[in-house]
Design a protein around this ligand. Structure first.
Ligand SMILES: [Zn+2]
Ligand SMILES: [Zn+2]
Length: 344
């Protein structure tokens, strides 16, 4: 009889249930990791709340944990080692890889956005050659922010803001707050955050936004020229069509809009404005070609306010769906960590 573990499983119709699944076995070259914390990501929420996920799927990819066993051929990962799992690097040869964008490597397996072996469960088996050791200065819990931090780092690197640029962030959920934190850590301090939820505005202000505003405060753009106080770079982190359109309207000549937040409704893009102001729009998906390393180092350096980025109370496996619904309603500003050891 296989050993069993509790897991939060997507069961269809926007619902999840805690079920017992077999504990995975560490195959050759793999280690078995006990998940300490796994963050709830916006993509998990889209898959669950909008019902895209395949029933039977365990979601959750923002995890950190502790090695408990090793498969054949694994050396150097003792039980108790605290780890995160680095994503696979790209092939290094194709056109996107040569441009430092391995997330869209042409040689990767076809992406499956509907199901993946997630970590809203007690144990995961992962390849040992992908592990990164969590530095002593960083708690395992805070290290569970490595994946979304790597996204924020990649996003900022794609946009390449100068330290004296005026920057706009639309949407102060967990991703927007992380992008804000990475910008501040890089010395980009003139950052305005636009967000409808007062709770999230307050969190952005606490983290260090130069200004926090409601989306209604963003003025309409005059025809063919910038607004009075334009931005050099805008990071669209909300996934809302209206926010994308507003962010584009707020850009200065040669400004850059980065799409980070996904959403069901598609924005209307004013191409005339893009032409006359020579605007650039880019999408940011996943990580730089050095993967999680720089994000882990940034977290370990203490430069990011992890106590403001992570909500104080972790949730057990049977609390995931409630936390997702509250996050979707904007009632929670920061990252919610799931703690799978807490058996409901
Ligand atoms: Zn994520
Ligand atoms: Zn490649």
């Amino acid at each position: 009889m296989a050993e069993m573990m509790p897991a939060a499983v997507y069961v269809g119709d926007g619902q999840m249930a805690v079920q017992d699944l077999p504990v995975p076995v560490a195959g050759p070259g793999e280690v078995l990791v006990e998940v300490a914390q796994c963050g709830i990501c916006g993509s998990d929420m889209h898959l669950v709340l909008e019902g895209y996920a395949r029933p039977g799927t365990v979601l959750g990819h923002e995890w950190a944990g502790t090695v408990v066993a090793s498969g054949d051929g694994v050396t150097g990962w003792e039980p108790g080692a605290r780890v995160v799992s680095n994503p696979s690097a790209g092939c290094g040869r194709c056109r996107p890889c040569r441009r430092g964008r391995p997330s869209v490597c042409l040689e990767r397996d076809p992406p499956d956005y509907l199901s993946f072996g997630g970590a809203f469960c007690r144990y995961v088996a992962v390849r040992a050659d992908r592990l990164l050791r969590i530095p002593d200065t960083l708690t395992t819990r805070a290290a569970a922010l490595t994946e979304p931090t790597a996204i924020a780092v990649h996003t900022v690197n794609l946009a390449q803001p100068e330290t004296d640029d005026r920057v706009l962030i639309t949407g102060a959920g967990p991703v927007g707050l992380l992008v804000l934190s990475v910008l501040l850590a890089r010395g980009v301090t003139d950052v305005t955050v636009s967000e409808p939820s007062a709770l999230r505005r307050a969190r952005a202000a606490a983290i260090g936004a130069a200004a926090v505003i409601s989306p209604d405060d963003l003025g309409a753009a005059p025809l063919g020229r910038p607004v009075d106080e334009p931005f050099a770079v805008a990071f669209e982190c909300s996934g809302h069509a209206g926010a994308s359109q507003a962010a584009l309207d707020q850009l200065d000549f040669a400004g850059t809009l980065v799409f980070v937040g996904t959403g069901r409704e598609m924005p209307r893009i004013n191409h005339n404005r893009m032409i006359v102001l020579e605007l650039t729009a880019i999408g940011a998906y996943n990580y730089d070609d050095d993967g999680f390393g720089p994000a882990l180092a940034l977290l370990a350096s203490g430069a990011l306010p992890t106590d403001l980025l992570i909500e104080p109370d972790d949730v057990p496996l049977d609390g995931v769906i409630d936390a997702m619904q509250r996050l979707a309603r904007g009632e929670i500003p920061g990252k919610v960590m799931v703690r799978p050891q807490e058996v409901p």
